[in-house]
Write a protein that binds this ligand. Structure first.
Ligand code: BES
Ligand code: ZN
Length: 775
């Protein structure tokens, strides 16, 4: 049986600067461990049905939605959408008497069916809430409609302020600072938190919508946006092509439009509009390139929407209107691969859709492959080689962290959260699979296959098994270079098959050589031709530096290349991961700025993780997070909290270097209190003895705190009060410090979240001065 294909030596070889020589041989040899005999990897004999969507409650095998009509009011004060969702459904099962819809945290006021020209209220019930899946809404079909082929029902409802798909941003978290902003992120299963519907990619619907907003704001949707729309707070949309629910999208804010090409343009707040139009000026040309390669673009216009920094992803392929992070605005068009990616989804994903989330590679793997094909035309083969190598590195790291069963492209997935299934395995292993196929049959034959695939399955959904059958019929059985068993190994086995094409890049090898030579002191930094490199080259250079470089040399590098101050978010990400791993404290100020500037999960989460894992800085990472989280998206917050939880589970050693700080501010608003502290921060350590003595006098959780703080260095903070409630311990600390030659003192309230005896989260807030009561 195959075992986990990569061991710690893979990590070690990645850290080694000689990526090429180390990866090209031994890792391939290790990967070959998984290339078992041909018959080893048929479709898994799952306990359930491979084509079933385990992440929806909807009874789509009995009724199928064909059209959705929305009439929603956007209320920024209440942070809610309210109104009607009308579903036009077709009966599939003649005996079905109930309709089950997906919801999450919706307040349902009424359900009514349209029958004989009038609306008739129906019985409904909300079931038990499931953490990942939400709450099923079961609706009784009235007796009069028991044999009707079609039913039309309207759900009158409102969303919760914490709806998982929606982020309601106060003005201060937008570029302009004077208008609020709302945006949605429905993928994977969040549409149900703003619309009651059959939230499964297996069901495709057309939709129209009336959206009512404050008069000065503009609404846009994944639909026929009108660049000329009158800004009056009343907007109509139509999406005439059938789409899966995860592509339903809305944004409302002080949004304006700038054209790029005939069919293309960009929406954003006016403060970013010019920069965005410049950055994405090649979008029209990209679209035309894509059409020439993949077949006709079926969606009419293709526009981009630049969101505020908290947008949790690089991009989201909402049809006709890709949503993008503002972190792509590097000023030099160097990050447009994300646009190529989201545009490519107009074929892989939006036109031909994964039937369930276990088939996600059919969306993301195909899209990564098409992205590379676009990048090859827009940039060069060399640039694609670079992206492939970096993707491959990320894949190897994922193999380290993902259990073998989940390393398959199409694993058995019946539980868990589809937002987090497999790291980037869908993307990079999927891409390598398609590159492998292309290489085996030749580009011409593969291009023909691409065209046929998108036209044969247009506006349809597809499972991994249906894809395999189609591939077999159209390609494998025609060429004898790849067997069905080869393909099955990609789909069902962990790791990579032994004959996978391992990406290499001449330019990245050169960057790695330079990093090695500079680390060894053989060349000066001025001899490194950084100016000639792509951002990928710089990324690879940073990742290839000697792990034992002295801090002074790293600071020298930072000064010479301006790494801490880079405008390129990918370079910043790479650099600050290294800063955290290597504990380069002089750069922590700018590391913290990076964490505050960006909200895209990919840019911030790994930096927190590197801090949490470096042996010393878990608590500092939590403190940086406490300051920055106010500006993050709930999905980003949740994924960073998971990092902290895992780090705390594996290691709370109280090894003597944990630092605390106290932040002063007077915010009355509880939201702000828990999420943001002022810039006025003073570092301090903790008087361990006092803390421990105090803590020992308290209840059980106090003892937990005590054990945590044992061995800490001594300093000047006193515990004034300590309370334990549930999984939380609150501590009032009096901090004393000097500012200039002034002695200061202040009380701060720290709330520690404790799980299984470990601190998993810390929030601070404080008052200006300590009162006698201690707070
Ligand atoms: N559709 C994804 C984003 C997504 C995936 C959201 C799964 C929710 C669940 C989007 O197309 C994507 O892949 N974005 C990448 C872009 C990158 C690979 C170029 C991102 O945000 O990093
Ligand atoms: Zn994608």
């Amino acid at each position: 049986m195959p075992t986990k294909p990569l061991t710690h030596s893979a990590e070690a070889s990645l850290r080694d600067s000689s990526l090429r020589s180390r990866l090209a041989l031994p890792v391939v040899a290790m990967l070959a461990v998984v290339s078992c005999s041909d018959s080893d990897h048929p479709a898994p004999g799952a306990s359930g049905d491979l084509s079933r969507d385990y992440f929806s409650f909807a009874n789509a095998e009995q009724f199928v939605t064909e059209h959705l009509r929305l009439d929603l009011t956007v209320d920024f004060d209440a942070r809610e959408l309210r109104g009607d969702a009308t579903l036009e459904m077709r009966r599939v099962d003649p005996d079905a008497a109930e309709i089950v819809l997906d919801t999450r945290d919706l307040t349902v006021e009424q359900v009514a069916f349209f029958t004989d020209g009038e609306m008739v209220a129906a019985n409904f019930r909300l079931g038990e809430r499931h953490d990942v899946m939400g709450t099923p809404l079961t609706i009784e079909v009235p007796a009069a409609l028991r044999s009707a082929a079609d039913v039309v029902l309207t759900v009158t409802y409102r969303t919760a302020p914490g709806a998982t798909a929606l982020q309601w941003l106060p003005p201060e978290l937008t570029a302009g600072g004077s208008h609020p902003f709302l945006f949605s992120q429905s993928q994977a299963i969040h549409a149900r938190s703003w619309i009651p519907l059959q939230d499964t990619p297996a069901v495709r619907i057309t939709y129209d919508a009336t959206i009512r907003t404050p008069a000065e704001l503009l609404a846009v949707m994944s639909a026929d946006n009108d660049p000329e729309a009158t800004r009056d707070g009343d907007y109509e949309f139509r999406m005439p092509q059938p789409i899966p629910s995860y592509l339903l999208a809305i944004a409302v804010g002080n949004i304006y439009f700038a054209p790029i090409g005939e069919q293309t343009g960009v929406y954003s707040e006016p403060e970013m509009l010019e920069a965005a139009a410049f950055e994405f000026a090649d979008t029209q040309q990209m679209l035309e390139t894509a059409e020439a390669m993949f077949g006709p673009y079926q969606w009419g216009r293709y526009d981009l929407l630049i969101l505020p920094p908290s947008f949790p992803y690089g991009g989201m392929e909402n049809p006709r209107l890709s949503f993008l992070t503002p972190s792509l605005l590097a000023g030099d068009r160097s990050l447009v691969a994300v646009v190529a990616h989201e545009l490519a989804h107009s074929w892989s994903g939006n036109l031909v859709t994964n039937a369930t989330w276990r088939d996600g590679w059919l969306n993301e793997g195909w899209t990564s492959y098409l992205e590379m094909r676009l990048m090859e035309v827009i940039y060069s083969k060399e640039r694609v080689a670079e992206e492939n190598v970096l993707g491959y590195r990320e894949l190897l790291l994922d193999f380290e962290n993902v259990e073998p069963a989940m390393q398959a492209l199409a694993p058995v997935l019946e539980t868990g959260d589809p937002d987090y299934f497999q790291g980037s395995i869908h993307y990079h292993k999927g891409n390598l699979f398609l590159q492998y196929l292309e290489n085996a049959v030749g580009r011409e034959a593969f291009d023909e296959f691409i065209g046929a695939y998108f036209s044969d399955f247009a506006f349809g959904t597809i499972t991994s098994e249906a894809f395999l059958d189609y591939l077999d019929e159209k390609l494998l059985s025609v060429h004898d270079t790849v067997s069905r068993a080869n393909a099955e190994q990609w789909l069902y086995a962990p790791g990579l098959p032994g004959d996978a094409l391992i990406p290499t890049s001449r330019t990245l090898e050169q960057a790695a050589d330079m990093a090695r030579a500079w680390s060894a002191g053989e060349i000066a930094i001025d001899d490194v031709p950084v100016a000639d490199w792509s951002p990928q080259g710089v990324v690879h250079f940073i990742n290839s530096l000697d792990p034992d470089l002295a801090p002074g040399r790293l600071m020298e590098l930072d000064a010479a290349l301006g790494l801490s101050g880079t405008r390129n978010a990918e370079i910043g990400r790479t650099w600050f991961i290294q800063v955290a791993r290597r504990q380069l404290y002089p750069a922590y100020g700018q590391l913290e700025q990076h964490l505050q500037r960006y909200g895209r999960t990919r840019l911030v989460r790994p930096v927190y993780k590197a801090m949490a894992d470096n042996g010393d800085d878990l608590q500092l990472a939590q403190q940086f997070f406490a300051k920055a989280r106010y500006a993050y998206h709930p999905l980003t917050v949740a994924s960073i909290e998971a990092v902290f939880r895992r780090a705390a589970e594996t290691r709370i050693t109280a090894a003597g270097t944990v630092r605390l700080y106290v932040a002063a501010f007077n915010q009355q608003n509880i939201d702000l209190m828990l999420n943001r502290v002022s810039d006025d921060i003073r570092w301090m350590s903790v008087d361990t003895d006092k803390l421990v003595t105090e803590a020992r006098g308290k209840r059980e959780l106090g003892a937990v705190m005590a054990s945590y703080f044992e061995n800490l260095p001594s300093a000047r903070a006193e515990i004034r009060e300590m309370h334990a409630v549930g999984g939380y311990v609150s501590v009032v600390e009096e901090a004393k410090w000097t500012a200039g030659d002034e002695e200061k003192s202040q009380c701060a309230l720290a709330v520690y979240e404790i799980e299984a005896g470990l601190i998993t989260n810390v929030w601070y807030h404080g008052a200006e001065a300590c009162t006698d009561a201690g707070s």
